[in-house]
Design a protein around this ligand. Structure first.
Ligand code: APR
Ligand code: ZN
Ligand code: ZN
Length: 361
């Protein structure tokens, strides 16, 4: 029997979000219904509301979530009712060209639930990133549920479902940061700070945090930055070179998503170094670089979607490291709020007042 729960929708472009009754169908084959315990507020939710992702309104927002599986549909064997899970937006298909080549973290045909959640009048909802977890319960593909140690706090666990995983993965998966590397991270919001925490975890010798906001640099130091640069007042390329013997960093992670900061990242890396772009640009942005510098500096220019994560490999491992005290995921939770506070949380996020606001149920 379909159930009715409370959830937060974006009804139309730039309209305020609204708490509505959401109809959640019973799980069909390959699907699961998850009782949400916590869900973080991410920039992508705001982009959906602003019409920046697509026009498939109304959206059921929320996608950085953890909860308990309530029921599963036919053929589901990997998760069972009662399992504590983090929701992911990379339920790999196992069949596409990336999966068949043994690189499922690039999967080009990820799974979502086939059935639609609706409003009471039958209007179909588009769940944000195929998740829609600003709701007491949500319907997803079973592969979107990744089991982790249930002793972790749900507010902390949910954040791994998107931005924090993107940042950690940009460092450890895409950038391949290793023991002794020098790393610079440009932009120290939730994603950049996670890249800093990931770099520390990977054994980076020097981690240089760059931001235009001193408040962000203070938090970055708590998460593992060994040096900080305010790029409003100091040229970040020169500062990073000065801190690395005049050469530049082995890995530079761009976590803003703008041409000027990408250019800084490009020139702040050592010869044969790696640039990782994890910040998301807008479609109008253009980059101009001398091609001779692209060639002459060697190395790798990479982008990182969702931190090149494989949820089944990375989520349980990172939760275990957190529980052992080796990765401070708790530092990313700035405040916990209720479903009724999301509009205000968008505002605080926009002003840079929080790393993450997390809705608790
Ligand atoms: N130079 C350095 N830092 C900057 C600059 C700049 N020119 N412009 C903004 N910043 C800093 C901000 O001060 C902030 O600390 O970048 C940080 C961005 O952080 P958030 O806005 O909190 O965003 P976050 O959630 O970390 O995401 C960063 O990654 O996933 C993408 O869409 C996301 O593009 C966004 C990026
Ligand atoms: Zn695939
Ligand atoms: Zn997100």
């Amino acid at each position: 029997m379909a159930q009715e729960v409370r959830g937060v929708i974006a009804p139309g472009k730039n309209e305020p979000v609204r708490v509505e009754t959401i109809v959640v169908p019973d799980p069909g084959p390959g699907e699961a219904v998850v009782k949400i315990q916590a869900c973080g507020v991410c920039h992508t939710d705001l982009h959906y509301k602003q019409g920046g992702i697509n026009d498939d309104f109304p959206f059921l927002l929320g996608h950085e979530a953890a909860g308990v599986v309530e029921s599963v549909g036919a053929g589901v064997t990997d998760v069972a009712p009662g399992d504590f899970v983090i929701l992911n937006w990379r339920a790999v298909c196992g069949q596409c060209r990336a999966c068949l080549r043994g690189r499922p973290w690039y999967c080009f045909d990820t799974h979502n639930a086939k059935q639609k959640m609706t409003l009471k009048d039958g209007t179909e909802l588009s769940p944000a990133l195929g998740i829609g977890a600003f709701a007491e319960k949500t319907l997803v593909a079973a592969g979107q549920c990744t089991k982790v140690d249930p002793s972790v706090s749900p507010a902390v666990a949910g954040l791994l479902g998107c931005g924090v995983m993107a940042g950690i993965g940009a460092a450890i998966n895409t950038g391949n940061v290793g023991r002794g590397d020098t790393v610079a991270v440009i932009g120290c919001g939730g994603v950049g700070d996670a890249a800093i925490a990931g770099s520390r975890l990977a054994g980076a010798a020097k981690i240089i945090a760059v931001d235009i906001d001193d408040r962000k640099l203070t938090t970055a130091e708590k998460l593992g930055a060994t040096h900080t640069v305010n790029s409003r007042t100091t040229d970040p390329v020169e500062a990073i070179r000065d801190l690395t013997g005049g050469f530049g960093a082995d890995v530079v992670i761009e976590a803003v998503g703008r041409p000027e900061t990408y250019q800084q990242a490009f020139y702040a890396r050592d010869l044969a170094g790696t640039v990782v772009l994890v910040g998301v640009p807008t479609p109008d942005m253009k980059l101009e670089l001398p091609l001779i510098d692209v060639f002459g500096r060697g190395g790798a220019l990479k982008s990182s979607w969702y931190g090149d994560c494989l949820p089944s490999r990375d989520f349980p491992m990172l939760i275990d490291l957190h529980l052992q005290g080796r990765l401070d995921l708790g530092a990313f939770v700035s405040e916990t709020i209720t479903l009724d506070d999301i509009e205000a949380a968008f505002e605080r996020m926009h002003h840079g007042d929080v790393l993450r606001s997390v809705v608790e149920f």
